[in-house]
Design a protein around this ligand. Structure first.
Ligand code: NAD
Ligand code: AKB
Length: 320
């Protein structure tokens, strides 16, 4: 049985992945942790939760021993936009934190480590229309640099120490439970909240900005499917491209207008435009499809319907 420690568990992905894993492996086998406890009361009441700083290796060791952990999921990160404001913090959390996790896993003979990567590994020189699995990786952000280095160091532990490390390059993740934490693709979440709350949105990238995106149910499915995939079928380890949909901001706004005809959008691009422009429009995820059967379920229209429904209900209840 897996005994999982999730680090970075109260973030956008962790808050939902923790709950999904609890239903599969049982609450007692999924330990949530983060650098602070700024999560909802509902979340903190329903999980086993520990405060931990991923840059403190001995703190990770203590939790591994305390709970007999055999699997670590490292979601602790400083994302692209915040990373450009504090590049050394991004390096420290994303790389030194990751190396702590890998070293603890090696020294304590853990069974598995899962570390997400990102489309931020791409940059100038990557084919823009559909980034191949194997391609030029010259990111322009410190976040992207940490993700490329993270993939390389993770694959090093696979080859050198036979450690089972897995990872996937998430596109922008869109969700309605926990707000995203300082990324460039955050506009694709904020637009739905502002549509419901104000009927309008001011977007920080231009209308023709097109990026790969994925709805949270597909993100959870991809993560859990990779976690559970038979190691023998994997040729790649920490760098799987995973795609679901690709749309411009204009197309996103039009999908909202289908259900909210009076919705309005204006554009005031800021420093995040350059980051978005350095990433591809879509990714080729045929390796993930072939090696562990990846297949997304949601497209732009089905996601928009669900996002507006869920956020609309929250707004009616006064929760947002
Ligand atoms: P998030 O910013 O919402 O959550 C990250 C969490 O890490 C936060 O709860 C934060 O408190 C925690 N954290 C920060 N510093 C820490 C430290 N020193 N010790 C312990 N915890 C710390 O991020 P997310 O969107 O949930 O991302 C999770 C992973 O997925 C990251 O590796 C990220 O790079 C990757 N990813 C996310 C997206 C996306 O669109 N959400 C896209 C691509 C990749
Ligand atoms: C960000 O925009 O930084 C993240 C990502 C794509 O990695 N959402």
């Amino acid at each position: 049985m897996k005994k999982i420690l999730i680090i970075g568990a109260i973030g956008q992905i962790g808050s939902e992945l923790t709950m999904a894993l609890r239903t599969i492996y049982g609450g007692e086998n999924v330990i949530a942790s983060d650098i602070n406890n700024a999560a909802s009361e509902k979340f903190l009441k329903s999980v086993t939760f520990e405060i931990i700083d991923i840059t403190n290796k001995s703190a990770i060791v203590s939790l591994v021993k305390k709970y007999n952990i055999n699997t670590i999921i490292d979601l602790a990160a400083i994302l692209s936009a915040t990373g450009e404001k504090n590049p050394m913090l991004a390096w420290n959390v994303n790389i030194n934190g990751l190396i702590n996790v890998l070293e603890v896993a090696r020294e304590h003979k853990l069974e598995q480590v899962l570390i997400p990567s990102s489309i931020a590994v791409f940059g100038p020189g990557t084919p823009i229309e559909c980034a191949p699995q194997e391609t030029v990786l010259h990111p322009t952000t410190m976040y992207g640099i940490t993700k490329v280095a993270g993939e390389l160091v993770a694959d090093y532990y696979v080859k050198k120490y036979n450690l089972d490390v897995r990872g996937l390059r998430y596109p922008g993740i869109i969700s309605n439970e926990t707000l995203p934490g300082g990324g460039t693709t955050d506009y694709a979440v904020a637009i739905y909240y502002d549509a419901i709350k104000y009927g309008k949105y001011t977007c920080f990238v231009k209308e023709d900005t097109r990026l790969p995106m994925m709805y949270m149910p597909d993100c959870l499915k991809a993560t859990i499917d990779l976690l559970q995939a038979d190691l023998a079928t994997l040729k790649h380890h920490s760098d799987f491209n995973v795609g679901a949909m690709s749309f411009s901001v204009k197309e996103l706004a039009e999908s909202i207008k289908k259900y909210m005809p009076n919705f309005q959008i204006e554009y005031k691009p800021d420093y995040r435009q350059a980051i978005a422009d350095s990433w591809p429009n879509a990714v080729d995820d045929s390796a993930a499809r072939k090696e562990w059967g990846w297949k997304p379920s949601y497209d732009l229209n089905t996601m928009t319907q669900d996002m507006l429904k869920v956020i609309g209900e929250k707004h009616k209840k006064g929760l947002i």
